[in-house]
Design a protein around this ligand. Structure first.
Ligand SMILES: [Zn+2]
Length: 109
């Protein structure tokens, strides 16, 4: 078992604002999201989440192979691309997580 954490700005229904959230992964699977402001937390135990886990995992897991391919094309080119890649990819992932979070919120009602 491997546990890792990621920080992201997500919309918190309790704070009614975008706040820093800590996302905890267990074996690359999203397990827990907690608002750092009010400590409202969401645990993923529902079966519907398996599909979401898979999607999120696929998005994360395709990243290293893409970077490796680009690495082969040339180190200089690769290094010049890093700042944009590092910023844009997590941002897209965060946007995706924000969308998913809204779906989870609706599902829980
Ligand atoms: Zn909050």
């Amino acid at each position: 078992m491997k546990s890792s954490e990621m920080e992201a700005q997500l919309y918190c229904i309790h704070c009614n604002n975008n706040t820093p959230h800590v996302i905890t992964y267990i074996n690359e699977k999203m397990k827990h999201i907690e608002c750092e402001e009010c400590h409202n937390a969401i645990e993923f135990k529902v079966d519907i989440m398996k599909e979401l886990y898979k999607e999120v995992y696929d998005r994360i897991s395709t990243k290293p192979s893409r970077i490796t391919e680009e690495y082969k094309q040339g180190l200089d080119e690769f290094l010049s691309k890093i700042p944009i890649r590092v910023i844009s990819k997590p941002y897209r992932l965060i946007r995706y997580l924000n969308q998913s979070y809204k779906i989870i919120k609706q599902y829980k009602k």
